[in-house]
Write a protein of this length. Structure first.
Length: 296
């Protein structure tokens, strides 16, 4: 695969600041987004390259490796580690042998064996694990109330993924072997997917428990009765006890959120009552409250 200059893809200088990288990425991502360029294969390829370039240059550690090793940046750590090991071997060899002529050229031979220019006998047997890929998947809270299947496209490859119910915001799952290819027959890296869960419901989530607030008018709070309230998967009727105080909490067992990878297990729904005082009284109501006050 031909080398892609990430700086050239984003149209920025190699000394560009992080803010300049982000600004250029956003501008180009909008320009080449598939939604704005339907059925345009060239725009689709360009969009993928722009995202790949931003993933590397927008990360300080990855950018440093890319600047140092260019197209071979993903294997920079492997090279540094092997170079260190070979340097130690060389030092040990010097202490135990009178042989002369063993020099720094061996390090460049190793570099060539990994990244082009032929394979040396020493380097040809060294296997290196591929790079891990990172992706983020954005879902609504209601999307993860039940298990579902999705197809993710990572580096042009479609990956079928089953998302268990109850996955949490910020949770990362690993798909083994779906990362970058190994070097010299080494194992592939892994795909790490971070979930971004957007809560656009009336419920507050705390693990597998849910919390919500239900308003009661003054008469419901004093006299009690029944009230239909929302749960995450439907409505239920609650019995309101007479003289219910403000901020009283009730628990609806099993009406919370699914527990991650625990089939059929749910948390609880906690409801807090908020008693609302009337904002306006009729003359008759005022007289009745005055009568009540006299009874006190």
């Amino acid at each position: 695969m031909a080398f892609i200059d990430y700086y050239d893809i984003l149209g920025i200088d190699k000394n560009a600041s992080k803010a300049e990288i982000k600004k250029s990425y956003r501008k180009l991502a909008r320009k080449y987004h598939p939604d704005l360029n339907p059925n345009d294969k060239e725009a689709e390829i360009k969009f993928k390259q722009i995202n790949e370039a931003h993933e590397v240059l927008g990360n300080d550690e990855k950018r440093k490796k890319y600047d140092q090793y260019g197209e071979n940046w993903q294997h920079g750590e492997a090279y540094e580690q092997a170079q260190k090991q070979q340097r130690q071997s060389y030092q040990n060899y010097q202490r135990t042998s009178d042989f002369e002529g063993f020099g720094e050229s061996e390090y460049s031979d190793f570099f060539e064996s990994m990244f082009g220019g032929g394979f040396s006998q020493r380097g040809s047997n060294v296997k290196y694990r591929g790079q891990d890929f990172n992706a983020q998947l954005k879902l609504n809270l209601r999307d993860v109330y039940t298990s579902q299947k999705q197809i993710l496209t990572v580096n042009g490859k479609n990956i079928r993924l089953t998302i268990p119910a109850g996955v949490s915001d910020g949770q990362v799952i690993k798909i083994k072997g779906k990362g970058g290819p190994g070097v010299n027959g080494g194992p592939n890296g892994d795909l790490l997917i971070e979930f971004k869960i957007v809560n656009n419901t009336q419920f507050r989530r705390d693990g597998s428990d849910l919390h919500s607030t239900v308003n009661l008018d003054l008469y419901e709070a004093i006299l009690g009765g029944s009230k239909t309230v929302d749960t995450f998967d439907g409505k239920v009727k609650l019995n309101i006890k007479p003289l219910t105080q403000n901020d009283t909490k009730v628990k609806l067992k099993g009406k919370g959120f699914p527990k991650y990878k625990q089939e059929g297990a749910f948390g609880n729904l906690y409801i807090k009552y908020k008693v609302e005082l009337p904002k306006k009284l009729s003359q008759k109501e005022k007289e009745l409250f005055e009568e009540l006050a006299k009874l006190k």
